[in-house]
Design a protein around this ligand. Structure first.
Ligand code: NAD
Ligand code: UDX
Length: 484
């Protein structure tokens, strides 16, 4: 069999970009992306795609209507396809056994059942979603239990490693493509078919094949390792703040060790995104179920450290602002979980803002890509507040950062958008209340320039031996501050 038709169930942050790149690089393959959400499909077929990813618009424009199609006709997509990606969401369970930790596989299971129900002939079913180890076994069970005599399946694991904001580049130049398959002739054949698709643009030596279970676990392990690096440097950032060391200098020195390397050592207000927290918790749950409590505790600590970092930053803002933010106006720059995406899932901004709102602060929020409706949804959701009406009265969204900063007591930077580096902070300072504070949760601004301008500047993993502004004026110098 040579794959001519690919179907992808799930037109989200993974399914959409991945299949757009496959269509672009494989003009000989017809790619049909299907989703149960009419709204999402409508957006994929419009000029404003449902997700913001640099470079994605061009890829979609190039292929849509030629060999790339988006529709809600899931049955047709499955019937026509030789190979089906399951790329649906696998969120943390919110109820029942494993609540708050285990991955909810109901969407993956629904896909397997739909495939079993309507498939004809031989199909290769590929797990693209991030799943617990041995999920492929459950998919195989469902498929085989519902098989008609003329239908057969091979299930592969092909986890996705793209990061949001850089999805197109990551897909075009992946560090590796991982394919896990059954160790059998049928499994090898299916692996070869999927490999053939990737070899249209990925060098063969970057395509790694393993057993299905190793492939599934490698995805969880990769995310756990990445998150662990961020939590490790954030833990060090707390030590830096307490001692006078600078976490950027420490990270640079540590990262020069070729065994450690420089990436993913940027101290921050905490990691966010739809994957790290969910996949860590999933790993913790798996370890607990396997009766490996020490392993579970080890990975749990990575997410606990992340929560500590977010809370620590929010508390520091309150403390610096003379221990109260009630009725003070704070301009919040950035709400997305990282730059170059409009995605807010698990964004540290949600947690920091909620803490400040809880304290009675008034927030003027600016983000270049996040829709105001999304911010409203995130800040009033029942998972972060039990008083959405009160919260609603305490924040506003702005499309102009200068307007957001006007009359504010402080600026709080929560996302690493490049444009924040180029703002005219003198202009902002002139319109702000005094003393004017800036809290850089991404350690990305020019702090000496800000201090020179007259901002009381605070950042992650560094104490400035200054804040001469407050001292010179004889005003209260926050007691928690470390003085050299
Ligand atoms: P998403 O929520 O953006 O998209 C999932 C889509 O699947 C939604 O549009 C939803 O409507 C659709 N869907 C759910 N059940 C369906 C069904 N039965 N039939 C048809 N459509 C259905 O999710 P995502 O961010 O694209 O993540 C998908 C998977 O990829 C997850 O397992 C995630 O862990 C993994 N992953 C995500 C990223 C990332 O950066 N977002 C990176 C790597 C891996
Ligand atoms: C992550 C993985 O990187 C990717 O391989 C996987 O497929 C999906 O999950 P993503 O969540 O999109 O990707 O973004 P990533 O770049 O990993 O950043 C995650 C969070 O960590 C962001 O909030 C980011 O700001 C933060 N981060 C990252 C840091 O705080 N410091 C760093 O050094 C790196």
């Amino acid at each position: 069999m040579v794959v001519k038709n690919v179907c992808c169930i799930g037109a989200g942050y993974v399914g959409g970009p991945t299949c757009s790149v496959i269509a672009w690089k494989c003009p000989d393959i017809k790619v049909h992306v299907v989703d149960k959400s009419e709204m999402r499909i409508k957006q994929w077929n419009s000029d404003k795609l449902p997700i913001y990813e640099p470079g994605l618009d061009d890829v979609v424009k190039e292929c849509r209507g030629k060999n790339l199609f988006f529709s809600c006709d899931i049955e047709k997509g499955i019937k026509e396809a030789d190979l089906i990606f399951i790329s649906v969401n696998t969120p943390t369970k919110t109820f029942g056994i494993g609540k708050g930790r285990a991955a909810d596989l109901k969407f993956v299971e629904a896909c397997a059942r739909k495939i079993a129900e309507v498939a004809e002939g031989h199909k290769i079913v590929v797990e693209k979603s991030t799943v617990p180890v041995r999920a492929a076994e459950s998919i195989s069970h469902i498929l085989s239990a519902n098989t008609r005599p003329d239908v057969s399946f091979q299930v592969l694991s092909n986890p996705e490693f793209l990061a949001e904001g850089t999805a197109v580049t990551n897909l075009l130049y992946p560090d590796r493509v991982l394919i896990g398959g059954e160790e059998s002739a049928g499994g090898d054949e299916a692996v070869a078919e999927l490999m053939w698709i990737y070899t249209h643009w990925v060098p063969k030596e970057k395509i790694v094949t393993t057993s299905t279970w190793s492939s599934e676990l490698s995805k969880l392990a990769s995310n756990a390792f990445l998150a662990q690096r961020v939590s490790s440097i954030n833990a060090i950032s707390a030590v830096c703040e307490a001692t006078g060391a600078d976490v950027s200098q420490v990270a640079a020195a540590v990262g020069l060790d070729s065994r450690i390397g420089p990436n993913f050592l940027q101290a921050s207000v905490g990691f966010g995104g739809s994957c790290f927290q969910k996949d860590l918790l999933n790993l913790v749950y798996i370890a607990e179920c396997l009766n490996l409590p020490e392993v579970a505790m080890y990975w749990q600590q990575v997410t606990d450290m992340n929560e500590y970092q977010r809370t620590r930053f929010a508390k520091r803002i309150v403390e610096c602002l003379f221990n109260t933010v009630t009725d003070k106006t704070l301009a919040v720059f950035g709400f997305a979980f990282k730059k170059n995406t409009g995605d807010t899932r698990e964004s540290p901004a949600i947690y920091v803002c909620s803490h400040l709102l809880e304290e009675g602060a008034r927030l003027n929020i600016y983000d270049p890509k996040v829709e105001p409706k999304q911010i409203e949804h995130d800040l009033t959701s029942s998972s972060v507040t039990d008083d959405p009406e009160r919260v609603q009265t305490l924040f506003s969204t702005y499309s102009d950062p200068y307007e957001a900063a006007k009359d504010a007591h402080a600026i709080v930077v929560l996302t690493d958008w490049d444009e924040f580096k180029n703002f005219d902070y003198k202009k902002m300072l002139d319109s702000m209340k005094r003393p004017a504070f800036i809290f850089d949760g991404r350690k990305m601004l020019d702090h000496s320039a800000l201090i020179k301008l007259g901002f009381h500047t605070e950042t992650v993993g560094k104490r400035f031996a200054r804040n001469a502004l407050l001292r010179a004026s004889g005003e209260h110098f926050p007691a928690f501050s470390w003085t050299p």
